[in-house]
Design a binder for this molecule. Sequence first.
Ligand SMILES: [Zn+2]
Length: 132
Amino acid sequence: MSAKYLCPKCRISVNVGDQIVLIGKTKNGLKGVVVLKSELGNYTTLFSDDFPIFEGNKLSLSCPLCRASLSTRKQKNIAHLKMIDQEDNEATIFFSQIYGEKCTFKIEGKQVTQSFGDDKDQYKPDWLIEEL
Ligand SMILES: [Zn+2]
């Protein structure tokens, strides 16, 4: 079994097999389904029909179950989810909500334990850790 991803608010699992299903909204009010790969560092993303998203478009991601926003308070370009691994350890995963921007941090406790993506240096994980 692979890792499980949970909404930080309702703590219901949002992954289906190796995909994570979320709701996305653009600044001008377009809404659709966003499907991410659960493998960290894999930035393949799918969008529902009638949801035209292009590289550089910024989304606001939310939980499909409770509708809570997944944006982080201090850095609105970044969303977060909880991850439970095979050994039942809990981590927080931070990732960019800008389509095409590759940046993912895995934080356990107050430590960045893994980071991925060519754009990760644009963000300071310290800001994110403060929010935990
Ligand atoms: Zn939720």
